[in-house]
Design a protein around this ligand. Structure first.
Ligand code: UD1
Ligand code: CA
Length: 492
């Protein structure tokens, strides 16, 4: 095995996270579209360890199921009772009896810790031939953290927890991040010596540092500059702060890659989203999941796109979309709802107050206003008039509707599925179409209009409506008389 590949990365994730006050385990809370533990295993996996072990405890059924989904290569070890960080690592090593080389320990609740930082830690550990290398940080406010104690020559001597520290030790600003690289044999040996003789009555992983120095091993530290990277989530205030910082970094990286972002503070881009150069993101835009936006497209203001593909040069305004594919040059919005299975062709349009579900719009097809189109294929260049509804559901099953190329469906029509309208056909406005329409035909399916003269005067006498009708009739009568007189004068 290459010396740079750790034998194991152990992710500690058994704690309860009481301060989240949540029904789900803390590490399943998400930032940037990934759970906290997902961020941890993504960073860990980039080290390509021979073993990637997650120590689980609280809410472990949910955590194990989630990990099977997002990190199938990770194995899980159960820590039945949370007797301390040292005990958690003991549980992990009990599962890896024969490993040799480097063991990295990290946490499941530190979402901004990157693979690059872990890689630098492992490299420093290897190059300095350390038995233990602690990832540390210098904090303005070190409260709550374990402090790094150094001997007179500056080398790391041990880590003391705040609850066990003297006042003088509490002044130390260099803190233990809780992330380490260990030599497996030294770690195993030191773990066997841990005791609970401390303020919290726990088996402290931090005591491994002191045991290793006492046994004459070389212990080093790598101080990270980026203090966000070692910050853990303990409550929802920290969750939001880390989410905002992660997003700030993600959005800044996309801007550097050629994406214009009008208002980074209200633009939220998940970790797995991909964007091409010259994309424009307007304010209040949330891009989630596997969303991809191609070159020159503009999204926003006010969009939520989840697992959505936006083609080059498309324009999407005030839209909510789940799993739709929007073609190049297509226009969507405002107030448009695209649901899974929807595909818009090149130059297609889904306009204001339009909902599309499993609807395929061919190139240049248009559903411009106030429509619901579900389980339908709309042919190339077809136009669906304002207020058209595809009645795809008969109360039991969903059926498909097909509208042919360049056909024209008049406003306020209902297409009752399953039904097919051929290429180049017309549907008259207000029709309820229940049977197929052949190519080139005009379908008219609506009640024939009849006007009942004088109905208002008879049935609504005395109302303002009746008075208005009376005035209009009188005016029409006068006008006819004037016209007749005029005609007589001009000898007509
Ligand atoms: C720990 C360190 C401290 C360091 C700090 C950094 C110890 C004794 N102290 O303190 O020096 O500055 O992290 O954040 O290690 N966990 C388990 N099983 C357990 C206990 C904890 O899996 O039995 C997990 C937790 O889920 C969490 C992590 O280990 O992800 C750290 O545990 P926590 O109790 O938060 O440690 P701290 O007291 O913060
Ligand atoms: Ca903690």
């Amino acid at each position: 095995m290459s010396p740079d590949r750790p034998a194991a990365v152990v992710v500690l994730a058994a704690g309860e996270g009481t301060r989240m006050r949540s029904s789900i385990p803390k590490i399943l809370h998400a930032v940037g579209g990934r759970s906290l533990v997902h961020h941890a295993v993504v960073a860990a996996a980039e080290l390509e360890p021979a073993h990637l072990v997650v120590v689980v405890g609280h809410g472990r059924d949910a955590v194990v199921a989630h990990l099977a989904d997002v990190a199938p290569k990770a194995t899980t070890v159960v820590q039945e009772q949370q007797l301390g960080t040292g005990h958690a690592v003991q549980c992990a090593l009990a599962d890896l009896p024969d490993i040799e080389g480097t063991v990295v320990v990290t946490y499941g609740d530190v979402p901004l810790l990157t693979a690059a930082i872990l890689r630098t830690l492992v490299d420093a550990h290897t190059e300095q031939r350390n038995a233990v290398t602690v990832l540390t940080a210098h904090l303005g406010d070190p409260s709550g953290y374990g402090r790094v104690l150094r001997s007179e020559n500056g080398s790391v001597a041990s880590v003391v927890e705040q609850k066990d520290a003297t006042e003088e030790q509490c002044e130390i600003r260099e803190v233990n991040s809780g992330v380490y690289a260990f030599d497996a044999a030294v770690l195993r040996d030191a773990l066997a010596r841990l005791d609970t003789d401390n303020a919290q009555g726990e088996l402290y992983l931090t005591d491994v540092v002191g045991h290793a120095t006492a046994a004459g091993h070389r212990v080093g530290a790598y101080a990270v500059q980026d203090t966000w990277a070692v910050e853990g989530v303990n409550d929802r205030v920290q969750l939001a702060a880390l989410h905002r910082e992660l997003n700030r970094r993600t959005v800044a990286a996309w801007m550097r890659a050629g994406v214009s972002v009008v208002d980074p503070a209200t633009t939220w881009v998940d970790a797995d989203v991909t964007l091409e150069p010259d994309v424009l993101l307007e304010p209040n835009t949330l891009l989630r999941g596997s969303t991809h936006v191609a070159a020159g497209a503009s999204v926003g203001p006010n969009c939520l796109l989840v697992d959505t593909q936006v083609g080059a040069g498309a324009e999407v305004v005030s839209t909510t979309s789940y799993g739709a594919v929007i073609g190049p040059g297509a226009t969507v919005g405002p107030y448009t709802y695209l649901r899974p299975g929807t595909r818009l062709g090149r130059g297609a349009k889904a306009g204001g107050f339009v909902e599309l579900k499993a609807a395929e719009l061919g190139d240049d097809a248009k559903v411009p206003h106030l429509s619901y189109v579900g389980d339908a294929s709309i042919g190339e260049g077809a136009n669906i008039g304002a207020g058209t509804i595809v009645a795809n559901y008969d109360g039991v099953a969903k059926h498909r509707t097909v509208v042919g190329a360049h056909s024209f469906v008049g406003s306020d029509s209902v297409l009752v599925a399953p039904v097919e309208i051929g290429d180049g056909a017309y549907v008259a406005a207000g029709s309820t179409v229940t049977s197929n329409v052949s190519p080139g035909a005009l379908a008219v399916a609506r009640g024939k209009q009849r006007n009942i003269a004088g109905w208002v005067a008879r049935r609504r006498a005395g109302t303002r409506t009746a008075a208005a009708a009376e005035r209009a009739v009188a005016m029409m009568h006068d006008k006819t008389q004037q016209d007749t007189q005029q005609d007589e004068r001009s000898g007509g």
